[in-house]
Design a protein around this ligand. Sequence first.
Ligand code: ATP
Length: 850
Amino acid sequence: MNAILASLKASALSAKAEVYRTPIIAKSPPGSMLRPPSKIADLRTQTGLGATTKRKGADIIAPKGMQPQLETGLQIPTANRQIKMPVSKIEKPHVGTVHAGRRSSSGFKVTPKQDRNANSISAAFADIANIGDGPKFTTGALPRPAQGGARGGSRQAARPGVGRRVPATRTSVTQGRANGGKVANAAAAAPSKLTSSNLPLPGSIKRRRIDAPETPGTNPFSFTTEIAGKPSIKTSENANEAEDDNDNEDEDDDEDDDDEKDIGPPPVLRTRAHNDYDGRLKDLEAFSRYMIKKNKTTRKKKKLLSVELEQNSVQVTQLEYDNKILTAKLEDAEKQARLLQTTIEGHERRLQAEKRRHEDEIDDLQRKHKRQSEQLEDEQRTLKKAIADLQETLDTTKSTLQSKREECIRLEATISKQASDQVEMESGNRNLKAKVEHLEDVVNEREIRIAELEDDVASRSQTVNELEEKLRKEETMRRRLHNTIQELKGNIRVFCRVRPLLSEEKNASASLPINFPECDDNNEIELAQSSENALGKTTSKVFPFKFDRVFAPQSSQDVVFEEVSQLIQSALDGYPVCIFAYGQTGSGKTHTMQGPDTITSATNEADLGIIPRAVKQIYENTSNLSERGWEYTLEGQFLEIYNETLQDLLAPSSRNTQGSEKQAKLDIYQDNEGHTRVKNITAIKVDSAERVNWLLARAAENRTVAATNCNERSSRSHSVFTLYLCGKNSLTGESSTGVLNLIDLAGSERLSSSGSSGDRLKETQAINKSLACLGDVIAALAKGNRHVPYRNSKLTHLLQESLGAGNSKTLMFVCVNPNSTSAQESLCSLQFATKVNSCQIGTARRQAAS
Ligand SMILES: Nc1ncnc2c1ncn2[C@@H]1O[C@H](COP(=O)(O)OP(=O)(O)OP(=O)(O)O)[C@@H](O)[C@H]1O
């Protein structure tokens, strides 16, 4: 749209410029009056005209003594303003003939010249031009002349020779070369109507010089002006001269010769005598001749000026004609410009509307673009995040892919290997098939054999069942026999164990002189004791002791437990068993019953004492017994008797700490079945051998807490581990309830040798009391007293069921310290053990439901 508007504006401007440029060109038409400055100067020199006034765009030549008055171009004398060219008659312009006038006040006399052809500009041009052979005006591309025009008139008017009189001021119009050089009548040649469209373009005006003929008297500076579509006007001084012929033709004939002469200075009128009439007459005659000459010269000049004037008039007419044409073109151009302006305004309005619409569209598009940009930015952020996630996934996938590739490579290698293996296997398979066929035959044979064997198995399984039944009966028999053996061994037995000297004891003191006489039963021990009598003589006395078994210091835990395991089996068979260790502090009671103070999974099994080994044996035996229909549940409890007070060693540790929940009082009672039980005691199911380790660890922990309050608590209290074994045989319907009491008694130091006082004395008294009660109970059982004082101490009360109650089995370990410093205490312990060993407690009775 902008391009269309720009082209429209450019065409309008070019039209305007063309219109306004035309008068400028018309101001300086080629001709005699408006010549190049150099030509004008030459002409002025030749004609003796006055000063030249230079105007913008043209040189204006005025006669000597006459100032130019025209604003543009040439001021035509008033007398010649008969040259009019009404606009309405442009198609037939009037051109007045310019004549050399009469002398006027300004030196020229101007008279109206007869209009030879007032209705035809061509006639006027013909009057001016076509004089003799001189330069001519040609009409160029003017419209064709009217019929009957002066075709070839110029030829007829042309007369050869110079200086020959020709009709005054003749102008011919020719049709140019297109008409074959024939002269056309100007009137006939004029267009019927001049319009801007058929007017000649200003740019088509051509100016060329036509060489003047070499004829004397011809103005060498005459020009032929050709205007395309317009008549050419030819001017020459010959024409001017001819124009004057109408007025002074005769006079000029005589005076032509004098024209070229210099009239010289006026004659001098000398002073003569008044009566010198001849002289004065001569002077007057001379002066008269001079004046006549001068008059001739003046008239000649006037002629030239008249010619100039005529030429100017023609020029003016031509300019007016051009002016009107250009005015018409200007009007057309202005009309067109207005039209274009209207069109432009319309275009501009449409453009404004388009512009507004486009601006609205641009705003909409910008809003849309902004929204889309925001959406795109959001999408870009989302995409970036997705790309990052994808990149991460890609990396993970790449690494996975890499590992998969490596795996594929491995698999391919494996596949190729497997393929080769498959080939081998196929060949092997074929061999195998052959073998299979062979074996199938064998199998068939063997199936027959199997059928025979199944019959045999069936008969044998019946035998097995019969044997199992027999085994169960034998198991029952075994239990009875085992118990009988135990009874034969004694329901209360005593083992003696002497611990080795500790590393720190080996250098400090001499070991006790203990002797283990060689015997098959390993049940003797001799304690040598030297004493000094009143005479100062040292006497040595040997105290022999005999127990059910004596274990020397090198005896391991395994050897000790091997003798004990028979009693553990009795407990599993449903008998109350009580094993306790007796001896002074540090004699090895705890080592025998438990082993190390703290038992963990890292503890060496060889160091384990009777308690963990007993539980392990029980589990192994219950597993074996399950094949014979026995199912057992084990429940354990661990308590200590300190100063005749029961303490639960398996209670949660919080119950034993100060300020925490106070432990409920533990009371000993007998349940409905006559079993001795402890009220409020913590009973823990022992469902594995390892559970016992945890149980012992908790007991040790609770004992450690108590030891912080009471010095060497473990040595000053009795600890009792009780395991209840309840078994049921689903096959025989038998059941059994065994009790295993494993007791680590307090140190058995005598009160006198302990040197105790205060709390320690009280502790020792309590220990001695309970141990004395234990002795009393055993003595009562040995005597067969009806009353056995079990309730004299917490210990005997607790062991009532397991200590001599008919069916119970009791084993006492008397532990001996090999240190010589403990000789007296060791002797007392061995003496106490001998008393216990001498007891014969009644026949043990199995606690069976049936
Ligand atoms: N048969 C043995 N072999 C090796 N060392 C033993 C043996 N018997 C006991 N000992 C060691 O002797 C020391 C004392 O033993 P232990 O603590 O068992 O005596 P105790 O009679 O239980 O004393 P307490 O009455 O103070 O508890 C311990 O260091 C223990 O390891």
